[in-house]
Design a protein around this ligand. Structure first.
Ligand code: ADP
Length: 414
């Protein structure tokens, strides 16, 4: 293992894992910190935590534990992955976690590089932009958990750490890796702990990756990872593998399980139904009445090559169900049912499973007792095919709003 990534949420972990695979690193994603066992054989291992909005001391504890496991598995560089919109509050968790990882890795300085120019996240003079707006003028201003009301990342990070924060400005970054490395070195000798790096293009990310590949710790969004493969290759640590995204072939039927009620997923379900493809609707009222809905779905699916089993419904229908059953109970019943269906489908020989919905994916992954996923080809940005480590089962986990209307067919045709 070359790189060990500690990611503060699941979709962020998937995002950086896809980025690393595209950069030629064979990559495995671990869901949480494994209780036991060694790190898998891979160039990069990403540990997906749920620490973004946890209490700061919990986030620190989990992140350090994740890194210790990665280090024991041979990782030579640590990457603390957070959101490209620097989602955090004055209480943390980016500052406290990065502080703890600096201590753990013995590094004196690290970079803070949230930029992801392909998604419109750029940093200039320390200010983070989302498209053509300052972060503080973007939708992130009103985020329910981590409202970002200041776009100045130097100031935002400084409020979260005792260590000194400085900016590597665009004139230095645009001069390339040698200039950046020299500035990082100078800042380190001045006692600076965090260097927020201006970045307005993907080419600059590559220079930043080259300049920071020897640091024991880097921190940032997923963007910086795109340049690390080449930087490691130049150091002779890695021969980038053009087949890094190849998964073992699997043979067997496929199924889509959809518990997301987002606009995008509703359109995807409609698209599947309009094409006349086989679909089974999970009726929440029948579930609440104790009918054997999961067993019925499994019986129906048996012998079919590719099916959709869905609870997805329009906002009005969801409201009506929630009124009738209670908000939490409706969600729990449906998640439990889809989890049972997933278990049954796999037992019946299904080998490729697409799951729509963040919470729904969590329920399915728990039901199937999955702890590690090898990352394969990207279906749509943010959603790769994955293979359950050591099992002939492919999974694509899609959070609500991802994917075009034909996402389900696109995934199954991949
Ligand atoms: P997303 O990623 O779109 O937010 P999630 O799976 O995270 O999707 O959340 C969707 C939630 O809605 C789940 O708890 C799911 O069980 C619930 N749900 C699905 N279908 C219905 C429905 N018809 N009525 C009420 N709740 C539903």
């Amino acid at each position: 293992m070359i790189l060990g990534v500690v990611a503060d949420d699941f979709t962020g972990a998937t995002d950086i894992a896809s980025m690393l695979v595209a950069a030629g690193l064979r990559t495995v994603l671990s869901i949480g910190i494994p209780a036991t066992g060694e790190a898998p054989a891979a160039d990069a291992v990403v540990v997906a935590l749920k620490s973004r909005t946890a209490p700061a001391d919990t986030a620190v504890q989990e992140s350090v534990a994740a890194w210790r496991w990665l280090r024991a598995g041979g990782a030579r560089q640590c990457y603390f992955k957070y959101c490209s919109t620097f989602d955090s509050t004055p209480a943390g968790n980016i500052g406290p976690v990065a502080d703890a990882l600096l201590t753990e890795t013995g590094a004196r300085l690290t970079v803070a590089c949230p930029a992801l120019p392909v998604n419109g996240r750029t940093v200039y003079q320390g200010y983070l932009f989302v498209g053509n707006r300052l972060l503080s003028e973007s939708g992130m201003r009103d985020h329910p958990l981590t409202p970002m009301t200041d776009a100045n990342i130097v100031r935002v990070l400084q409020a979260q750490t005792q260590g000194r924060v400085a900016c590597v400005s665009h004139d230095v970054v645009s001069a390339g890796a040698t200039a950046i490395a020299a500035r990082l070195h100078a800042l380190e000798s001045e006692g600076v702990r965090f260097a927020v790096c201006d970045t307005i293009s993907t080419a600059e990310l590559a220079e930043l990756a080259e300049a920071s590949a020897d640091l024991a710790l880097v921190t940032g969004g997923s963007g910086l990872a795109s340049g690390l493969g080449a930087a490691y290759a130049r150091r002779g640590w890695l021969r980038p593998d053009p087949a890094a995204a190849c998964l073992d072939a699997v043979d067997g039927p496929a199924a889509v399980l959809s518990g997301s009620c987002s606009l995008a997923t509703n359109a995807q379900v409609r698209h599947w139904l309009e094409a006349g493809k086989p679909a089974f609707h999970i009726d929440p009222v029948a579930l609440a009445a104790g009918e054997p809905v999961a067993a019925g779905a499994l019986e129906w699916a048996r012998g079919q090559a590719a099916v959709l089993i869905y609870a997805t419904a329009s906002p009005d229908a969801v409201r009506a169900t929630q009124l009738a059953l209670g908000h939490n109970r409706a969600g729990e019943l449906i998640e439990a049912c889809l989890a049972d269906v997933a278990r049954g489908l796999v037992a019946d020989g299904v080998r490729r499973l697409v799951v729509a919905g963040g919470e729904t994916s969590g329920a399915v992954v728990r039901a199937l007792e999955i702890s590690q996923l090898r990352i394969g080809p990207v279906i749509t940005p943010g959603v790769p095919w994955t293979q359950v480590e050591g099992r002939p089962l492919h999974l694509a986990l899609k959070s609500g709003n991802f994917g075009g209307t034909d996402f389900f067919s696109e995934a199954l045709d991949e």
